[in-house]
Design a protein around this ligand. Sequence first.
Ligand code: AP5
Length: 209
Amino acid sequence: MKLIFLGPPGAGKGTLAVKAVDILKVQQISTGSIFRAAVAAESPLGLKVKAIMDAGALVDDETTIALVKERLAMDDIQKGFILDGFPRTIAQAEALSGFSKIDKVINFEIPDSGVISRLGGRQVCRKCGYNFHAIYNKPSKSGVCDHCGGDVYIRDDDRPEAIQKRLVVYREQTEPLINYYRSKGLLVDIDATPMVDEIVMNFKKALGI
Ligand code: AP5
């Protein structure tokens, strides 16, 4: 199955994607994670995108599209994939339609207040990328990942001013994709406000599995 996870920052796309990968046996492709890995490695791509990401802006379409196109040409995605955080602009969606056919687009619905509370408490493992939350899903030992023992840190783009900027960017550049995919009959809305187990249940129902 080939899915897109669409929704505002902090809606829980990455959290559900980790569960969905297990259920569907497909690959998660998170453009945000790929960019963060490049930043951590201080690669040319990382050096190019770090300031953009920290400010809560979008990386340019050309760079992002080339990266996803290359990833989708690899052998391990032939059974399917979840695109988590791509496309984020109409130009990206148009480009994607030229190199892949998508089965469904899952649209995560959550008010801004929910986004702010989730991102304000998010803690991420530097090694495996697992998402914790200071209230909803704390690591058993503060600062240490339960899954791999890696360092747990707060993302630079989870500062209050960057969160506000990301919400504005989402409304202006990404939200138009809701109507874009709805008009193609691909969109499935999902309430992203309940706790994770309930969202997983609703996700399975939405896919009829
Ligand atoms: P990216 O990493 O994609 O960030 P994002 O879309 O802003 O999404 P997030 O990772 O912030 O949130 P999420 O929806 O995955 O929520 P999560 O599951 O973590 O992108 C980062 C940056 O990279 C962008 O700003 C941009 O610069 C660049 N970029 C990436 N893709 C790009 C593209 N296509 N084009 C251009 N630039 C691009 O959950 C959040 C928190 O809530 C966690 O703490 C979690 O534990 C908690 N939580 C999740 N679900 C629940 C729940 N149901 N109940 C309670 N808590 C929950």
